[in-house]
Design a protein around this ligand. Sequence first.
Ligand code: HEL
Length: 400
Amino acid sequence: MPHVNVTHLASRATALGAVALCLLTAPAHAATPARPDVTGVDTALRTALRQGAPGAIARIDDDGTVRQLAVGVADRRSGRAISNADRFRIGSVTKVFSAVVLLQLADEKKLELDAPVDRYLPGLLPDRRITVRQVLGHRSGLYDYTNDMFAKSVSGFEAVRTKVFSYRQLVDRSLRHARTNAPGTAYAYSNTNFVVAGMLIEKLTGHSVRTEYENRIIKPLQLRDTFYAHPGTTIPGRHTNGYLTPDTAGAPLVDATEQTVSWAQSAGALISSTRDLDAFLSALLRGRLTSAAQLRQMEHMLPVDSTQAYGLGLRRRDLSCGVSVYGHTGAVQGYYTYAFATKDGRRTLTALVNTSNNGAVHNTMLGTLESAFCGKPAKVRRGAAVLERQQDAVPGLARQ
Ligand code: HEL
């Protein structure tokens, strides 16, 4: 549904609010997933390598059956082969963790999703109408400060890679710009929203986001590879290096492994592994991290485009075979992550390539979802119409 309709409907009188919300809800596809096409996943990983990724891994957890794939290298210098035992930076998959903490706080009656952010963080945002729900669904209108920060990929990254920002400094960078839309009227992906989410977590609990991720998610689920290392610059233990692709064609990859990720923090600074992300998403979707009521809030999706919808810190992708999967994507210098699961949490896929800023690789990785959840593609008759499939956003061009 085009945003213009969303704006129109959402700005109508309150009496129409319920009808509008109903019309805006994006219906999920509920087809039964076919057996995973492991060869198809492998082909996607190998294609990513041909397109410039040094290494790629994927893990499918399918109701107790584990399939792991790995191609290429973790370290271009030593030539060490990449494996699913390697940790990596997960970028915006962090947003799912931040949303879970806030929904747990809602379960504990410490937070109301429809309350203005201003109730908890007085004076932070100039528009006091912005609610917690709008922040978690990217519908606040807060400008994404990373648009300016990474307009030039390598010099933008080098300018911040060892910096330590306060949350407020990041919000201030956003507030230098006009809001992208009035609160609640349109979807506009913005890291600023999940910086505000981190501030809410710290304000409501009196603890750092690190403590809350650890106590509420990492320790209970025994996620051995998941760390919030900020402001440390290294990835603890066995990990894959990450290689940023420069904007200039043919320029050598930049090893971006070490950085504070302070530009992202609660919007994108977690480190994890394919095993842990599969376990996390499965636990979340099976209702082991929040009450059923709060999970429903998280899974209540509004449309992004013809193949995607967004809930609260949770993406939905509608695949070509009619299956919808839930999770998140991540793009942080040197790493692209896809982590998605079926609605019942029984099948999960996490796929990772150790490069970024490469649109072809990003689109190729979308193929891992199709193979993992749709199985082998049906043979297309010569001359038959090809289904239109919109690809995910390429960082720097558009954010979805
Ligand atoms: S962008 C996204 C992805 N999200 C958003 C967030 C994350 N990551 C960022 O905001 C980092 C953007 C810079 C990444 C950098 C690169 O590719 O290494 N690109 C440039 O510098 C381009 N000039 C919406 C794709 C998500 O999937 O949610 O993660």
